[in-house]
Design a protein around this ligand. Structure first.
Ligand SMILES: C[S@@+](CC[C@H](N)C(=O)[O-])C[C@H]1O[C@@H](n2cnc3c(N)ncnc32)[C@H](O)[C@@H]1O
Length: 283
């Protein structure tokens, strides 16, 4: 913010300068990002900041804000810079060890909860749990469920464990490669947001994803089909598979589930109206 030093910087000025920098850096929502970063530094909210635009920042507040803006200018995901991110009713710790939980994944949780209505003490397996977002949200919102999250990444599992401690929600965590088979059930629900970006697509991704999120979380060939096949071995009869899929892939994945013998195959749209969730019931 060197173009504003020389006198004490107000909230409004700091946001204006940071917004310009983030816009130049190519961020999609520069002003919102700047407001959220400053709100974080001041332990405030965006609306409080707007009402308090003439407040002057202390030198240490300004320095903290500038450090965060610099990280965001380098296109580090906002959730990593903030260190936490909302998912359903939770605020989870987020950093470069795992994928940032996405709004479309909240729809995956919603479908699981709908399908679990009336099932007592269901056993749920979250394949590729990452930060633990799906597993923790399901354990919170279906409080009699027994939830297990597995991941191949020890970094992701370490973050998921920190989120277990942070939220006080009990889930089991397992380190396992999904390609070596899913743990024995029987499970009432197998849910997964597997890596589904093809290696040749990585260069077209925004820097926040391609440069910062773990490659193992983003790029994966064959993971969706492997989870779909593996789930048939470990789901109980009438157990449900719920998958998040890439934009444009829902019809193909629904076809695969039918071919594998799943019934009641259904596609659900995300909040942006895109077909992103596919489910099927094991006979
Ligand atoms: C798209 S991320 C989903 C993370 C989290 N479930 C979410 O929705 O935010 C995919 C996750 O699958 C994990 N993963 C990738 N390949 C795997 C494998 N072969 N076996 C187990 N987990 C794997 C990654 O480490 C990552 O945490």
């Amino acid at each position: 913010m060197s173009d504003t030093v020389g006198y004490l910087v107000t909230v409004r000025e700091a946001i204006a300068v940071a917004s310009r920098k983030l816009e130049v850096a190519g961020c999609d929502t520069p002003r919102v990002d700047a407001e959220l970063l400053l709100a974080h530094v001041l332990a405030s909210t965006r609306s409080e900041l707007r009402a308090d635009g003439r407040r002057q920042l202390s030198p240490s507040e300004l320095a903290d804000f500038e450090r965060m803006v610099e990280r965001r200018e380098a296109r580090e995901p906002l959730a990593y810079v903030l260190g936490e991110w909302g998912f359903r009713r939770l605020v989870l710790k987020t950093d470069a060890r795992a994928l940032v939980p996405r709004p479309e994944t909240e729809v995956v949780v919603e479908r699981c909860l709908t399908l679990l209505a009336g099932r007592d003490e269901p056993r749920i397996l979250d394949v590729g749990t990452g930060s633990g977002a799906i597993a923790l949200a399901l354990a919170q919102e279906k409080s009699d469920a027994h939830v297990t999250g597995l991941d191949a990444s020890s970094d992701a599992l370490a973050l998921a464990k920190e989120n277990v401690e942070r939220t006080g929600i009990r889930i089991e965590l397992l380190q396992r490669d999904l390609f070596s088979g899913l743990p024995d059930g029987p499970w009432d629900v197998v849910v997964s947001n597997p890596p589904y970006v093809r290696p040749d697509e990585i260069d077209a991704l925004p820097p926040e994803v391609g440069m910062w999120e773990p490659r193992l979380a983003v790029v994966g060939e064959g993971a969706t089909a492997t989870v779909a096949r593996g789930a048939l071995q470990v789901l109980r009869s009438q157990g449900v598979l719920v998958l998040e899929v890439a934009d444009g892939e829902a019809a193909r994945v629904a076809g695969l589930l039918r071919e594998l013998g799943y019934g009641e195959v259904r596609i659900t749209r995300d909040l942006a109206g895109r077909d992103r969730v596919v489910e099927g019931v094991r006979a």
